[in-house]
Design a binder for this molecule. Structure first.
Ligand code: UD1
Length: 416
């Protein structure tokens, strides 16, 4: 079924276990192309974006074994020097990591320009700047990115990113790992999944330092070997359940998390009168009284993540007082607010700013999941609202959330 039906208005209570990080997995899988040997990857989220990337790797000749729902064994040693299928690549934004991976593995890449979540222009000029800095010639032609290393291989080099870009930082890292020389990425992004990709590559023999700071150094090595790696928990999935507990009320223990990665979400929830208790690898989120207003500005990590903006804005629709949201990464990421307005929310959007006047309740309505995180926000709105909400286009949600319905049902939600 392409929609979720939610009977809202029930508080959430119980325990939920967070899956592996989508944005780490979607970089690590293409990066596996660089490895000569077999790698075992644990905590891989079973989501449609991952299944699509595996299909692309399979079409290139990779050997893939699923040892359990979340553990894969992957061997790209005999992968053919072939292009990834355009039709598959265009369906997922993260396919841009095949540019860095093919360039590193084969010395050239030709990848269709990526698709993915639709919330405004998503340029890749910083990726290209990075590939050029490490010695590649890059061309954009007929909807493809074509990159080629010199005959004696990529040189490595220094690149100063003009904007802090998660994708460019990871793609340049992937491209540079097997270069002949050293690469330095300045003004690098610092998200947890960047550190995770660096840790994965390092576990396979790469020489990377500084991941998690704004200067990352990659000393090229001749080859990468096989090994084992476990992907970190998904910061945004954890935050989504935290925001849902805030919006619906109740008490939810969110397990398999790294509380440090959630600090700015935790801080905002506390400002909203939500009780958050941190444990070593879990957070307990409790809300009894009414939520209170706060202001949020999204920024690169360690700032508040843009991928949590729709879910928190939705919770703030029910808070007492006026909240101001400023979107600092994707200025036009507010299309979902029209759906919330139809549920009774009072939101005014002006450019990158949304002003939310809290209301006492939302009412169920048919709504659309315009993109992945907007879709998660619609689910939260439906769970918190009175009456029935039908969320359409849930394939956008299933790109990035593993068994979301089952997880909410286990917390007492009435949805299917
Ligand atoms: C990644 C995440 C996405 C998240 C975003 C910001 C994945 C697969 N997706 O997307 O969920 O919302 O980080 O945390 O990991 N920019 C440029 N030129 C470029 C690249 C980016 O101008 O070459 C700009 C973008 O327009 C945007 C900002 O930089 O305003 C950040 O984008 P970036 O961090 O690159 O996002 P993605 O890696 O695409």
């Amino acid at each position: 079924m392409n929609k979720y039906i939610i009977q809202g208005g029930h508080p959430l209570s119980g325990v939920v276990t967070v899956s592996g990080a989508k944005n780490a997995a979607v970089a690590i899988l293409p990066a596996a192309l660089l490895i000569n040997g077999t790698c075992r990857i644990e905590n891989v989220p079973d989501i449609s974006d991952v299944r699509l990337l595996l299909e692309i790797l399979d079409s290139m000749g990779a050997k893939i074994r699923r040892l359990s729902p979340n553990t894969l064994e992957l061997c790209c040693t005999n992968v053919r020097d072939s292009e990834a299928s355009d039709a598959l690549v265009r369906r997922i934004r993260a396919s841009y990591y095949f540019i860095g991976a093919q360039l590193g593995r084969f010395g050239h890449a030709r990848v269709a320009l990526p698709g993915g979540c639709n919330f405004g222009a998503r340029p890749i000029d910083q990726h290209i700047k990075g590939f050029e800095a490490i010695g590649a010639a890059v061309d954009l032609k007929d909807g493809f990115v074509c990159a080629a290393a010199p005959a004696d291989g990529l040189t490595g080099g220094r690149v100063n990113l003009d904007v802090v870009s998660v994708g460019a930082t990871m793609n340049i890292m992937i491209g540079a790992v097997l270069a002949n020389g050293t690469t330095v990425i300045e003004n690098a992004a610092k998200e947890p999944h960047i550190v995770d990709l660096a840790n994965f590559l390092s576990a396979m023999g790469a020489k990377i330092s500084g991941a998690g700071t704004d200067v990352i150094k990659i000393r090229g090595v001749r080859s990468l070997h096989g090994g084992s790696y476990s992907i970190i928990p998904d910061q945004i999935e954890a935050g989504t359940f935290m925001a849902a507990a805030a919006a619906c009320g109740g008490s939810v223990l969110v397990k398999n998390v790294i509380p440090r990665h959630l600090e700015c979400i935790t801080a905002k929830l506390r400002e909203m009168s939500v009780e958050v208790t941190e444990f070593d690898d879990a957070v307990l989120v409790r809300r009894e009284g009414r939520l209170t207003k706060t202001n949020i500005k999204t920024l690169p990590y360690p700032g508040f993540p843009t991928d949590m903006q729709p879910q928190m804005t939705t919770a703030l629709c029910l808070a007492e007082g006026t909240s101001i949201i400023t979107e600092g990464i994707w200025g036009s990421r507010y299309r979902y607010t029209e759906e919330l307005s139809r549920m009774g929310a009072n939101i005014h959007v002006d450019g990158a700013i949304a002003v939310v006047e809290g209301v006492k309740e939302l009412n169920g309505a048919p709504v659309r999941a315009h993109d992945l995180r907007a879709g998660a926000a619609m689910v939260i709105a439906g769970l918190a609202a009175k009456g029935v909400t039908e969320v359409e286009q849930v394939q956008n949600i299933e790109r990035g959330y593993e068994t979301l319905v089952e997880k909410f049902v286990a917390l007492g939600a009435d949805m299917y």
